[in-house]
Write a protein that binds this ligand. Sequence first.
Ligand code: AMP
Ligand code: GLY
Length: 429
Amino acid sequence: MDNSNKKLTVAVIGGGGREYAIAKRISESERTGKLYVIPGNGGMDFAECVAITATDVEGVCAFCVKNDVDFVVVTPDDPLALGMVNALESRGIDCFGCTKESAIIEASKAFAKDFMKKYSIPTADYRIFDNAANALSYLEQTSYPTVIKADGLALGKGVIIASDKAQAVAAVHSIMEEKAFGNSGNTIVIEEFLEGAEISLLTLTDGKAVVCLPASMDHKKVFDGDEGLNTGGMGAVAPNPYFTPDVQKECLEKIVFPTVEGMKKEGRTFVGCLYFGLMLTAKGVKVIEYNCRFGDPETQAVLPLVKGDLLEFFLCVREGKLADCNIEFENKFCCCVCMTSGGYPQAYKKGYEIDIPDDVAPFVCIAGAKKAEGKLLTAGGRVLNVLAVADTLDKAVETAYQRTREIHFENAYYRKDIGQRALNKLKRS
Ligand code: AMP
Ligand code: GLY
């Protein structure tokens, strides 16, 4: 791609709220000409949605070649792990996103654990098993609660926290023998249960420089008070008040830089967005997981705090010029509340009409929705993300909920306590 200021034809891969937030920002860039989202969703009026699934690497490549796409932002984990960036780049199309070789940091938890051990990056103690009998015999001697993780990608569901041996045995049977997560469970990690506040840290890196975006706090459980099943995320706030300057320093020294350096030494230089799922334990900050991509819904809460032209930043990452890129942040807070279809993350009904008042619409990222006969209908578990930015977290939370209450669809469900843990922390400090 030449570096002149010509308008670029850009494609964003994915179709959820995270892709809505990223693509919307890209649509506002001076550099953006034509914008495609593949497959996108029914709410993305600012782009042309193309009905190719995000995991169809050959289909996406053929479309991008045919339509002279200059730059592709590959957002979700599966296409990254499948090598979509490798495939597009080999056809001469520049991308934001990591290669298949780097995506292994998320796509194999066994790789990630051994990598952290090799580079002395703090994480929970662990054992890896590729045989159910050995795993079951280890469960006789370990302490509880314990954490059992399918090695591969499992739509965020491959982690089971077992409070006793019976639950752990059931988890091993379900993952390794009944193949609840398919081949992702051929290998499992059994690890120490950690306690503490969680921090999601999204970073941009070109393999040399690293820019930390404002840290955020996800809310993974479906019910208030962190009860019930794990979900993809029920809401997020940023910045995360647990990410103090001291914690940030510790994270950069012990986790972020060693990870970026280590990946380089492994011949897997990471270029793109590297997400650190961290836990602030009594023994310091530890890595819970790496993701090779932006988080959802963290991205929706973080991007409103990032000033400037997101496409320019992505181009800097691709060109290895992140060190020259001046990225500044708003000194504000953002709250993101996810409105879901009642029943999610288990069975739920869809096809209900969504009513969003005009004055609220600019603050909504549409995730699981489709258009039919001019109407916006629910079409997924996480339907909408409602945002508010304010000078205080209190105000951001209050405004996000005011907006949420003005949006209606049948069977809508959302947590009522997004941001409370962060607010309590701020009140204590
Ligand atoms: P992951 O898919 O690896 O992000 O895990 C999902 C969630 O499970 C995390 O956000 C944590 O809340 C929890 N979790 C994962 N690993 C551990 C651990 N070792 N100790 C306690 N909780 C964990
Ligand atoms: N919200 C957690 C994730 O995107 O993995």
